[in-house]
Ligand binder design. Structure first.
Ligand code: NAP
Length: 307
């Protein structure tokens, strides 16, 4: 049996525990060699509180996976690349486009793999949706991404701090699917951003792109959550529901499975392939749309928000 890749997982918080640890543990390709987190740890796994200490003490760890929020992530990624390790980035890949370009250059200079992951692109129905849309003309498309920030980011003030991206933290998942499946690229034409009066990032956003593509992101939805992308074409209507996991064509379920549990195993399988092939995968197009919305968007001040 080929040797498993040793990975250090940094930022032991919600997504690390919910998704990364189960995906790594279930994979024949990977061994969770250690963690790096100031407070968090995983039972039975060596725990470091500093990335520099881990890099010095574990030269056998070839891959560092970063599940930290975007603002602190760059320093960890740069340290890992400088120490000759391959790096896997949670989404969004950075706090700014320029720092992600810097990581790309660092990885390329050192022949290391850098993977800017988009977990929603691994949802069950995204590949079939992309295949169905090939060769068709899009007449219009609409994204509805409405969820409850208190449920998905309980007490995480960083999402409302500069660089936390606010509602674009989930919204960028929708944009990662949109940029993957639409047969032609679109660009942002206008945006309306709703900022709580006591916060630095938007809690809701309405976006208008070229080619009649629109999006409605809202973090105040209680009860049923909505993660839908609907596309009307010259040859029928497509709907991706449940965050890209279920595909409907003309109202009939065609493919997929109502579960997000396939996304992170698929990300780690892709990372193993990239490392073995000596390649990187960094597509920043979803983040370009977010940067454009924050540049171009009309700013509305709305009710204060507290967890
Ligand atoms: P989180 O639980 O708030 O943060 C993860 C961990 O990062 C924290 O437990 C903390 O560990 C460490 N951390 C936080 N701020 C830090 C700082 N300033 N400096 C150093 N370490 C810091 O967040 P999360 O929900 O897991 O999200 C992390 C990333 O995953 C985000 O980019 C998010 O978009 C993405 N993601 C989240 C979800 C979700 O449902 N929440 C889903 C998919 C992807 P220590 O205090 O122990 O160092």
């Amino acid at each position: 049996m080929p040797e498993r890749l040793k990975v250090a997982l940094a930022g032991i918080g919600k997504i690390a525990i919910d998704q990364h640890v189960p995906a790594i543990s279930a994979s024949p390709d990977w061994e969770l060699a250690c963690t790096v987190s100031r407070k968090g740890n995983v039972d039975g796994v060596q725990a470091f509180t500093s990335i520099e200490e881990m890099l010095a003490e574990r030269p056998d760890v070839s891959v560092v996976s970063l599940a930290l929020p975007p603002v602190p992530r760059f320093a960890y990624a740069a340290a890992a690349l400088r120490a000759g390790r391959h790096v896997m980035l949670e989404k969004p890949p950075g706090a700014t486009l320029a720092e992600t370009h810097a990581l790309q250059a660092m990885a390329a200079d050192r022949n290391l793999s850098l993977f800017a992951t988009w977990h929603s692109r691994m949802a069950h129905a995204v590949a079939p949706a992309k295949a169905w849309l090939q060769g068709k003309s899009v007449i219009r498309a609409h994204i509805t991404w409405r969820e409850d920030v208190r449920k998905w980011h309980p007490g995480q003030d960083w999402v409302f701090e500069p660089g936390g991206m606010g509602v674009f933290d989930p919204g960028i998942n929708a944009l990662s699917i949109m940029t993957e499946i639409l047969p032609n690229p679109v660009h942002l034409k206008s945006a309306r951003l709703e900022f709580p009066s006591n916060r630095q990032t938007p809690i809701a956003a309405q976006l208008t792109f070229s080619d009649n593509v629109t999006a409605d992101f809202d973090w105040r939805q209680e009860g049923p959550q909505t993660w839908d992308i609907e596309v009307a074409t010259n040859k029928g209507n497509l709907a991706l529901r449940m965050g890209g996991n279920v595909l409907e064509i003309d109202g009939k379920a065609m493919a997929g499975e109502n579960s997000i549990m396939g996304e992170y195993p698929a990300l780690y399988a892709r990372m193993a392939d990239l490392v073995l092939a000596g390649r990187s995968e960094v597509d920043l197009s979803p983040m370009v749309h977010v940067a454009d919305a924050l540049t171009l968007g009309e700013r509305i001040i709305t009710d204060a928000f507290d967890f």
